[in-house]
Design a protein around this ligand. Structure first.
Ligand SMILES: Cc1cc2nc3c(=O)[nH]c(=O)nc-3n(C[C@H](O)[C@H](O)[C@H](O)COP(=O)(O)OP(=O)(O)OC[C@H]3O[C@@H](n4cnc5c(N)ncnc54)[C@H](O)[C@@H]3O)c2cc1C
Length: 633
């Protein structure tokens, strides 16, 4: 899991920076984009398998999909983390029943946090030699989905602490002294942690960070302001991002027991993550010991932030899966109870479609979690995979909450005490935190086309610049002649694609209906490479400004990948209900990609799946708490 320490590489201008400069962008924008891109490249170098080796990158650019990288084996069992997980679930189930999860502020209480600490909850991701149980991520992430069905805040807090908080930065980038000193405290749960990155001026644009750190004697003095930071309570530990010598750096800071002139909390009302303390903070020459600066082997503070965010994005998808299980578990008894025009609404096609769609979305999330976590454990960077999980998970949860859950519960959705009405903001906010979905979709596109751009378009761009030409006109023979070398290389790639045989990859024993979706997705992958390349060819250096096209192409690739991941996962599960749910999701995604209308056969399949779920066939709902039906008649 820990990245190797590659040698420091000489500072070179990134492709994005070159392209921005050549396209006439301002020096500031080019530099900022270059900084983000460089941080990204530096993170990449930390991993055994970099983005260009990722299953998604290869699926698009290799010409055939490496299906073996889409088939995650079953997660290991019989690990020390098992007992911790069982105990933690028991604690939360009991405290939930006793109505003892929250404190007087309606936040996760110190008593709940302490009892979980006793069970080892906060040390799940920490190595045994530092006091934890070292759960592989492939066990941790699905566990969060399960915990999320009992208490979403407890589940989210494990990610805030273990993924984006101080745990991952220390585990991955801390030196031995820092790990030995700080990880046992974090594993014990005596102090749990948070990550303070966002500032009033810097959320989507992380190059705008203004908080600074200055070395004064044996400590750093931090000055600046943070906003929207989850889990900030006096006495806890934070990973704090501040600019040091012009570059972002991460410090592990212990918050004082009370506010001081150097550290002030900024309070506001916030609808989302309402059971956690989410506040702003003002730092004024706030002291952090010199030895608490993390020094990544390459890159800077953003390298550290991006690493933790990847894990956080998978955890977010797990949270979405947990929330949707709660939705489905509560939709079923309600839809059975509610009669209109003399019949239960669970016999109606429209409601059945919602039930089936909910199962399909859950299965999609579970597949992405299992696959992404497995890749992370194998040493893949997982950037593209984690972005898909985050976007799919947050959008699925939003759709499930509003289109499926709320609509099925009708007016009761808005009663005080109803799961939907009480928590609607919780279901929407994941679309924003850990990176807003469309911004992430653009980042996904950028990472996906980077190597192709470097190989074929950067040389063309440079040749244009050398020949003092602004754009390439393919109808102008002089242009073609001047750039003949560069164009030949691209032409070879393009012709190779044209004459490439159809990808006939198979998964032995795959159910016929899934096999058909697989072939569709394999064809799509080949087509996506051409479409992406055509967009680069058409818009050349202006492509970065064609955000809507980027977002559209990115989403098409994401949808295709979700199809492959889901059907491979369902095949591995070898359960009829998983296969049927995967089929429905694949049909939905296919129609999204082709623009076709749903067939009658689709509506029939949806009804059949819903009937199986209503009959109790969706095992994942076992143990999920159900709310009393409100306003019974
Ligand atoms: C409940 C909650 C918990 C959070 N917890 C934490 C935490 O623990 N730690 C932490 O550091 N942060 C946290 N955040 C902050 C969160 O990560 C940011 O809100 C998020 O990254 C978006 O930043 P922003 O709000 O500043 O949006 P802005 O930067 O203001 O962007 C708003 C929107 O503008 C659009 N936009 C911006 N730039 C562009 C562009 N170049 N091109 C096209 N469109 C653009 C996008 O749609 C974007 O979403 C939390 C936020 C919330 C709501």
């Amino acid at each position: 899991m820990n990245p190797a320490s590659p040698p420091q590489e000489p500072e070179t201008q990134s492709f994005a920076e070159t392209a921005m400069r050549m396209s006439g962008k301002s020096e500031e924008e080019a530099k900022r984009m270059g900084a983000v891109d460089k941080a990204d490249e530096q993170v990449d170098r930390l991993f055994r398998f970099q983005t260009s080796n990722s299953p998604i990158h290869r699926a698009i650019w290799d010409g055939h999909v490496p299906l073996e990288l889409f088939m995650a084996p079953p997660p290991p069992k019989g690990l020390p983390c098992d007992a911790v997980m069982t105990r933690s679930l028991e604690i939360i189930r009991r405290r939930r029943e006793e109505n003892a999860l929250l404190n007087q502020d309606k936040k996760l209480s110190a008593e709940t946090i302490d009892e979980l600490a006793g069970a080892g909850y906060w040390g799940l991701l920490i190595d045994p030699k530092h006091g934890g149980t070292g759960a592989p991520f492939v066990r941790f992430a699905p566990f969060l989905a399960k915990m999320g069905t009992l208490d979403p805040m407890t589940s989210a807090m494990a990610s805030v602490h273990g993924c984006i908080g101080a745990v991952d930065p220390l585990r991955t980038f801390g030196n031995d002294e820092q790990k030995n000193r700080l990880l046992p405290i974090l594993a014990s749960g005596k102090k749990i942690s948070a990550f303070a990155l966002t500032e009033p001026c810097a959320g989507s644009d992380l190059t705008a960070l203004k908080t600074t750190a200055t070395l004064v004697g044996d400590h750093y003095e931090i000055t600046g302001e943070k906003l929207f930071i989850t889990n900030i309570v006096p006495g806890r530990i934070i990973g704090l991002v501040a600019m040091l010598d012009g570059k972002p750096a991460v410090f592990i800071a212990e918050l004082p027991a009370t506010e001081t002139p150097e550290w002030q909390i900024v309070r506001y009302g916030l609808y989302a993550l309402k059971h956690a303390y989410n506040v702003g903070m003002k730092f004024n020459k706030f002291r952090v010991p010199k030895e608490n600066l993390l020094k990544p082997p390459t890159g800077d503070g953003l390298t550290i932030a991006y690493h933790g965010l990847n894990l956080g994005r998978l955890s977010l998808c797990a949270g979405a899966s947990g929330a949707m299980r709660v939705f489905l578990a509560n939709m079923l008894p309600w839809a059975h109870f509610r009669r209109t025009y003399g019949q239960s609404i669970d016999t109606r096609e429209l409601v059945q479609r919602r039930i089936a769609r909910m199962a399909a979305l859950i299965v999609g999330c579970d597949a992405l979690i299992a696959w992404g976590s497995w890749l992370i454990d194998q040493g893949y960077r997982g950037e593209l995979e984690c972005i898909i999980a985050k976007i799919f998970g947050s959008e699925a949860q939003k759709e499930a909450a509003i289109e499926l859950f709320m609509k099925t519960h009708g007016g009761r959705s808005f009663l005080h005490g109803h799961i939907f009405g009480d928590n609607v903001h919780e279901y929407l906010a994941p679309c924003i935190y850990e990176g807003e979905g469309e911004m992430l979709g653009m980042a996904f596109f950028k990472s996906l086309v980077k190597e192709h751009g470097k190989a074929y378009f950067e040389p063309i761009g440079k040749a244009l610049q050398a020949n003092q030409m602004k754009t390439l006109n393919p109808l102008n023979p002089a242009h073609l002649w001047k750039l003949r070398g560069e164009l030949w290389a691209y032409g070879k790639w393009s012709m190779g694609r044209k004459f490439m045989g159809r990808d006939r990859g198979t998964v032995p024993g795959l159910a016929p209906k899934l096999a058909e979706h697989l072939q569709f997705a394999l064809d799509q992958c080949q087509q996506h490479a051409v479409d992406l390349s055509d967009a680069m060819k058409k818009h050349q250096l202006k492509l970065a400004d064609r955000q809507c096209r980027i977002a559209e192409l990115s989403q098409r690739v994401q949808d295709t990948i979700v199809m492959i991941v889901t059907l491979c996962w369902a095949h591995g599960e070898a359960k009829e209900i998983a296969i049927d749910s995967a089929d429905v999701l694949c049909q939905d995604l296919r129609r999204k990609l082709t623009g076709e209308r749903p067939s009658d056969a689709y509506f029939k399949a949806v009804g059949v799946l819903a009937d199986k779920i209503i009959a109790g066939g969706f095992e994942e709902l076992a143990g999920v708490p159900r709310q009393e039906i409100m306003m019974k008649y």
